[in-house]
Design a binder for this molecule. Structure first.
Ligand SMILES: Nc1ncnc2[nH]cnc12
Ligand SMILES: [Zn+2]
Length: 356
């Protein structure tokens, strides 16, 4: 909870979350309980794995994206059966509901599971159960985006994309798009041109992490070479004025993750993010939690609050941010209209009560 007088408004805004890795919602508590259930031995040579509490402490000291990813991939090794994936996703959805998420488009990493012998259908069936339950019990609509791991060879991404079960999930509309994540710096987006060209031909939605640790040039090549419609993070667009103008003009949504950027040492504090410059330049962005279980259990509302503490935005600016995140969502027009109506009603009630 933030100290701002806008906190009740931030809580009530109908939020769209566009940057959330389901595997990043695995809390140390759930990690340890699934490890015990599935008889998975956690690393003995790292004292961080002594207890959930020591793991929480270690997560507070990430030095970089790669340092975090080391723990992220060990963490997901405890996920084995469909029930595990359902538990994980349901845990996220309940936090999201408490924070006022109305619609989310969430990532998962098929290669990281298939590589260790967990079938794509097992992963998907768990997530699908949780998504259906989230819609009926919590009123949260959601979409799935399958990410490719950029630290693995591009041909591996293409082979995964062409896997029968993966293709079937696209055809059925169970997975609506593709993304690109994992270690950024030595792996520029253009390495993955082949798989993105195939995804584009199928009419899938396309996004990619770019400009998190990597340079602004990666954002440009993600747009030009991969032809993505959205950029995940993208905060380093601030280093290239022409690119910033283009992102604004083409209404490219940046899915920014303020607390993640601080935990992974992209910036020293949220106040160092270019939020004010993005607003002034008319850049469309949404505010997201990325891997909340690894970043202090800070879900989306904590990210909204952190931005408010750092930038003291006005109520009108928050409504505009939420409008932009609805417009940049990949749900149908009907759902967008519902979300816009909810936003109007929250905003009118706020203005009626508080004046600004
Ligand atoms: N913030 C992040 N950047 C790149 N890959 C990720 N995988 C999970 N979280 C990620
Ligand atoms: Zn991410």
């Amino acid at each position: 909870m933030c100290k701002s007088h806008l906190h009740p408004l931030l809580q009530r805004l109908p939020k769209c979350e566009h940057h959330l890795h389901l595997e990043g919602a695995l809390t140390p508590q759930v990690l340890f309980s699934l490890a015990a259930k599935n008889h998975i031995e956690l690393p003995k040579d790292d004292s961080a794995f002594a207890s959930p509490e020591s793991l929480v402490d270690r997560y507070r000291e990430f030095k970089s994206l790669d340092d975090f990813l080391h723990y992220y991939y060990i963490g997901m090794s405890v996920l084995l059966d469909a029930g595990d994936f359902e538990t994980l996703a349901w845990d996220y959805f309940t936090h999201a509901a408490a924070d006022g998420v109305a619609h989310c488009e969430v990532f998962f990493d098929p290669q990281a599971h298939m590589e260790r012998g967990v079938s794509y259908d097992v992963v998907l069936s768990g997530f699908q159960k949780a998504r259906k339950r989230a819609e009926s019990e919590l009123g949260i609509t959601s979409e799935l985006i399958a990410c490719f791991l950029r630290h693995l060879p591009p041909a591996h991404a293409t082979a995964t994309f062409e896997h029968e079960a993966v293709q079937a999930s696209f055809a059925a509309g169970h997975v609506i798009g593709v993304g690109l994540d994992s270690s950024e710096k030595p792996f520029p987006p253009e390495l993955f041109q082949d798989v993105y060209q195939k995804a584009g031909a199928l009419g899938l939605k396309m996004t990619a992490h770019a400009g998190e640790e990597g340079p602004a040039a990666y954002i440009k090549t993600a747009l030009d070479t991969l032809r993505v419609q959205r950029i995940d993070h993208g905060v380093r667009a601030i280093e290239d004025e022409a690119l910033l103008q283009r992102i604004a003009a083409e209404k490219i949504l940046l899915s920014i993750c303020p607390i993640s950027n601080v935990f992974l040492k992209g910036v020293a504090s949220v106040a160092d993010l270019p939020i004010r410059q993005f607003l002034d330049a008319g850049v469309r962005f949404s505010i997201n939690s990325d891997d909340p279980a690894y970043f202090g259990n800070n879900f989306i509302l904590a990210n909204y609050c952190a931005v408010q503490e750092a930038f003291a935005l006005s109520a009108a600016e928050w409504v505009a941010i939420c409008e932009g995140s609805i417009d940049g969502s990949w749900c149908g027009q009907e759902r967008k209209e519902e979300l816009r109506a909810r936003l109007r009603s929250v905003s009118e009630e706020w203005v009626g009560r508080c004046g600004t």
